[in-house]
Write a protein that binds this ligand. Structure first.
Ligand SMILES: [Zn+2]
Ligand SMILES: [Zn+2]
Length: 299
């Protein structure tokens, strides 16, 4: 079943023409708990990984104790976060000759790792002749809050408008109109109308705190946003406009419960980044090999 974000309840670019040049395309991945195979796109699922290529291990061999994990010495295998086959997200700019994106990170990435930059691999699925049967298990002391549960994806292209990334002069020009809209409809730009929440590719990062765009260590330019992994797909406010129509209860408009009596759309990967924050992965599109960096925050 596809997942469809309802059209915004107002015509953004008629009300706020200043936002038209700032529109960006994002791809909401709409993960839902499932059993993806390595041949499928996934969050937290098995990667199509060559058996003769070493599985990524965190460069840090010592992870100090945190509030929810004891100190851990020795190598820590990274964990699969996202796998995208190009056929599922043709809008994403894959490097020449590649049709597979794989993102992994150290499970101690939130607060417990000194070299936590996620690993991003672009490859050709056809070049994986002998796939690894299964990923090595990560260490048992790793906090499970940043290890996504396996999910299948329902990618959807949406338009993002900036909130925290809105230039000051645009924010000043729009303030009165946005206040008027909120007073009339209850719609708040940040929660309801700006950038899509949840796990997504491209567009604006769904920051929980102030923006923190890394610059490329090799060339010094501001990097491009590749991936946001938020703790939740929506919160107590943003469900109103961002909860897909397929997941809504007909009467209340809120999320309907799945077969097990639980919500299936709110936090399908069972993540908790810090305190309901997110991890943001960036890449430099001009340097060879697309260097990456990241930032994480909490609410
Ligand atoms: Zn680490
Ligand atoms: Zn660069």
């Amino acid at each position: 079943m596809a997942r469809t974000t309802p059209p915004r309840p107002v015509d953004m670019e008629e009300l706020f023409p200043e936002l038209a040049p700032l529109r960006r395309t994002a791809i909401r991945l709409h993960p839902r708990a499932g059993s993806p195979s390595a041949e499928e796109s996934s969050v937290g699922g098995p990667l199509l990984w060559p058996a003769d290529e070493p599985w990524p291990v965190c460069p840090s061999t010592s992870h100090p104790a945190t509030w929810d994990a004891p100190a851990t010495d020795g190598p820590v295998p990274m964990v699969a976060v996202v796998q995208i086959h190009r056929r599922d997200v043709p809008e994403l700019a894959f490097p020449e000759g590649c049709d597979l994106l794989q993102v992994l990170w150290c499970p101690f990435l939130v607060d417990g790792c000194s070299t936590a930059t996620p690993r991003v691999h672009w490859r050709s699925a056809g070049s994986v002749v002998r796939p690894l049967p299964a990923a090595p298990p990560t260490v048992g002391t790793a906090p499970t809050d940043s290890i996504p549960d396996p999910c299948v994806l329902h990618p959807e292209v949406v338009a993002d408008y900036p909130s925290r990334d809105m230039p000051d002069e645009v924010a000043a020009a729009l303030r009165e109109r946005m206040d008027e809209l909120e007073a009339r409809t209850g719609l708040i730009h940040f929660y309801h109308l700006a950038e899509a929440p949840g796990i997504k590719l491209g567009g604006y990062p769904s920051w929980t705190q102030d923006p923190c765009w890394p610059t490329c260590a090799d060339c010094g330019v501001t990097m491009d946003h590749l991936l946001t992994v938020s703790s939740w797909e929506y919160d107590g406010e943003s469900w109103r406009t961002w909860l897909p129509v397929e997941d809504r209860d007909e009467e209340t408009g809120r999320e309907k419960k799945g077969a097990t009596g639980k919500e299936t759309a709110h936090n399908p990967a069972d993540l908790m980044i810090g305190d309901a924050g997110g991890v943001y992965v960036f890449q430099c599109l001009t340097c060879p090999g697309r260097p990456v960096d990241h930032h994480w925050d909490c609410s």
